[in-house]
Design a protein around this ligand. Structure first.
Ligand code: GTR
Length: 435
């Protein structure tokens, strides 16, 4: 480990991980033997070439430097302007989930001057009867709060939704037909049975997921940075969704039914990329979980395995800042790689989850990020990752940097949730109240 503090990491792997290849666009590399040799920037060497060898030097110096590098070259800067937040309880039912939970729907009004944007927050909090909450999962959903459970009382979003051909969206508006269509990804009953709560918001309420020149969603609150031509390090959608997650925490801190010291952030795919950047920014997330986050998330860019920087910037030009385009087919020039993003979560627990057939997201590259974040965790006096080789499928590493790979494809399963809950249960501080 010591040598990692002193020199750039040179790493070339010839490992075959996983076998099935499905839903993998053609023309990209899925062959470990073709991963180029590369040299990773060392999180523990600062911009002047000095070793960062004390916790203080990381916390007070290098960490800010790395935050700024990700903001300026990858995700864009999140505005620091304060906005005001008010909450209105729209609906609640203390007998939800067969009496095991209280469902609450809350409108969060974010305003600045005479501009206002509203987010719909859906919560399930276990009816604990004197027991302490195990923690509250916070996660954005892809298609609307009404899709996570088939329940006519859940509000359907009114904001823009990506069109689908199953009747659940018409002309970019969600319909009743979408109720419960994403429920397999949100096993509410199992979550509350283990004493956890859940808080979710439709990500399109924060920023609709299409390239409109940064004018809609919460960008309306920042007309100064939304002139239609974001350049350089102006925030992209991932940073915007991350900002929205912090506003949800602003609310949760005021909700007496939530233990704000036990908030667990979970995100899948583009929202897994988002959870890592949000978790880096906001230390109120006590545990940070990325599921199948791939390129721009946990996977190392320099491996160019599966999705590449060029491809993601071409398919989703609004996700990152404009400066990220400079690294299209030019990954070695990036001043960071994604192991440094995981390092920014330190010393808090971080869990990276992959799926064997999700080779587009490069499971092995996701594991390597976790592995190379380890020196920062150790510098901060915690255990990092329990092993330096990729664990076998279905054998989760629940060390402070956790990693899990399951069989199957890109998605969120009950098995994934069980690992999230095992990991959170192991690492969260003891609850405030015990029976
Ligand atoms: C894919 C994209 C991935 C991932 C995924 C998702 O098309 O290439 O990076 O983010 O979308 O978010 O569903």
């Amino acid at each position: 480990m010591k040598s990692l503090h002193q020199r750039a990491i040179v790493y070339c792997v010839i490992v075959v991980c996983g076998s099935g290849v499905s839903a993998q666009p053609k023309g990209f590399n899925y062959d470990e033997s073709k991963v180029p040799e590369f040299s990773l920037p060392d999180p523990l060497v600062d911009a002047s070439g000095n070793a960062v060898d004390t916790a203080k030097a990381w916390v007070n110096g290098r960490r800010q430097e790395v935050m700024a590098l990700f903001a300026d070259h990858v995700y864009g800067r999140i505005p620091e302007t304060k906005i005001s937040l008010t909450s209105t309880l729209i609906e609640s039912d203390s007998k939800a989930v067969n009496g095991r939970a209280t469902r609450k729907q809350i409108r969060l009004d974010l305003s600045r001057g005479d501009r206002k944007v509203s987010l719909g927050l859906l919560m399930y909090l276990p009816n604990l009867e004197g027991r302490a909450s195990a923690g509250t999962f916070v996660g954005l959903n892809f298609q609307g709060n009404h899709t996570i459970q088939n329940d006519p009382r859940i509000a359907v979003p009114t904001s823009w939704v990506r069109d689908r051909n199953d009747g659940s969206v018409k002309q970019h508006r969600a319909t009743e037909a979408g109720r419960g269509i994403a429920s397999s990804r949100w096993p509410v009953e199992k979550i509350v049975a283990r004493g956890y709560g859940l808080a979710t918001v439709y990500y399109g309420d924060i920023d609709p997921d299409f390239d409109d020149g940064f004018k809609n969603g919460v960008h309306q609150l920042f007309p100064d940075s939304a002139d239609g031509t974001p350049t350089g390090n102006a925030w992209g959608s991932i940073a915007t969704w991350a900002w929205g997650l912090s506003r949800v925490v602003d609310y949760l801190e005021q909700d007496k039914d939530v233990d704000a010291g036990r908030i667990i952030l979970m995100g899948h795919s583009r929202l897994g990329k988002t959870s890592l950047w949000a978790g880096a920014h906001d230390e109120r997330f006590a545990v940070v979980i990325s599921n199948d986050s791939g390129c721009g998330g946990a996977a190392l860019n320099r491996r160019r395995f599966g999705e590449t920087v060029q491809r993601i910037n071409t398919s989703f030009p609004h996700w990152f800042c404009d400066n990220f385009v400079k690294y299209n087919d030019n990954e070695d020039e990036l001043p960071v790689d994604q192991h440094m993003l995981l390092s920014l979560v330190a010393p808090r627990p971080v869990l990276v989850c992959s799926a064997e057939d999700d080779r587009w997201a490069d499971p092995h590259g996701e594991f390597l990020s976790a592995r190379f974040a380890d020196p920062v965790y150790r510098l901060l006096g915690t255990d990092g990752i329990a092993q330096t080789t990729m664990p076998a499928t279905n054998e989760p590493l629940l060390s402070r940097i956790g990693y899990h790979i399951r069989p199957g494809k890109h998605g969120v399963t009950l098995q994934d949730w069980q690992v999230y809950m095992d990991f959170s249960g192991k690492h969260l501080p003891r609850p405030k109240r015990e029976n």
